[in-house]
Design a binder for this molecule. Structure first.
Ligand SMILES: [Fe+2]
Length: 320
């Protein structure tokens, strides 16, 4: 059967895409951001997902302001990059997985989540920037990607709780797919950001760190945050974090946090990145930790000491 092995959160700010496209990733401002994803690229190269489910929001690219679906699942065979005003980004066309996507659609809709199905759709920076951050700039993306666009652009977006429950339904759908596929789910957007108005540029790192902590340990707490609370604490666009709860809902209750990176600012937002792996599944550990974290339990230590040492080193946190 197919299984979800891990979840990833990632920023999707368009300026990151522009830095990549304009070869500015080595500039000091951007270097700090991209270095934080180096170990993530190592991790995903080792995890080798067969499919990625990319939860993101469309920014009036595929959908105009005339039609705004709450949850739109990409069931097409491919998704070209959208022209966001200065031509499409020079990134590969996203190859979909119509069979798995249709299966997810059937399972999730019969579970009473009313998805919009997109048999033709262009994808914007919301999806392609996270793919760059995790996979770099290959000629072709290394695996099929199923886009799931969530409305966080026009009020009302779905609640965090609804998103979390949708994640659970997606997991159920994936696990009822007969082919043996490894799936990684991305939740993108966030963290603190306010693009316009008097609070433009708002960064609330304290809130962001608490959100990341709870995402790993107590995600149900996050499902109780109202839109107003999210926007008050993290800025109007901070509401994008409800999308992370779809990712989190698709994982085990208890997960291994194998990597975390937080930095400010990138454009005028905070970048919060985390990799969560499901624990033992079917007797098999799914861990694909970056090679450089392997030394966590080396040495002749007693079992409890080893456990404590491993726990201390398990979470690789990089902050700047
Ligand atoms: Fe966005």
């Amino acid at each position: 059967m197919a299984r979800i092995i891990a979840g990833v959160t990632s920023s999707h700010v368009p300026a990151i895409g522009a830095a990549i496209d304009n070869h500015r990733t080595n500039e000091p401002y951007w270097q700090r951001v991209f270095e934080g994803f180096e170990r993530s690229k190592e991790w995903i190269a080792k995890a080798k997902p067969d499919v990625v489910i990319g939860v993101y929001n469309d920014h009036a690219s595929a959908f105009s302001v005339e039609v705004i679906p709450t949850f739109a699942l990409g069931t097409a065979a491919e998704f070209p990059p959208a022209d966001e005003g200065w031509g499409p980004r020079p990134v590969p066309v996203v190859q979909g997985h119509p069979e798995l996507a249709s299966h997810i659609a059937q399972s999730v809709i019969l579970d009473e989540f009313d998805l919009t199905l997109c048999n033709k759709m262009e994808v914007d920076h919301g999806l392609t920037v996270p793919l760059n951050l995790m996979f770099g700039t290959p000629k072709e993306w290394p695996c099929p990607v199923i886009p799931l666009a969530v409305n966080v652009v026009q009020y009302p977006p779905p609640t965090g709780h609804r998103c979390f429950m949708l994640g659970k339904a997606i997991r159920k759908a994936v696990e009822s797919y007969p082919e043996d596929l490894k799936v990684v789910i991305f939740g993108t957007g966030g963290m603190s950001h306010q693009i316009s108005g008097q609070r433009a540029g708002l960064i609330n790192s304290k809130f962001d760190h608490a959100f990341l902590d709870n995402l790993t340990k107590d995600p149900k707490k996050l499902t109780k945050l109202s839109h107003l609370e999210l926007m008050r604490e993290a800025g109007a666009e901070g509401v994008e974090m409800v999308m992370w709860l779809i990712m989190r809902g698709a994982l085990d209750d208890k997960v291994d946090e194998v990597y975390r990176f937080y930095t400010v600012p990138a454009s005028n937002t905070a970048v919060g990145h985390i990799i969560l792996e499901n624990k033992i599944k079917g007797g098999k550990k799914t861990s694909a930790k970056p090679a450089s974290t392997k030394s966590a339990s080396r040495g002749k230590k007693s079992a409890p000491k080893m456990k404590r040492a491993a726990a201390r080193q398990k979470i690789e946190r990089v902050r700047s």
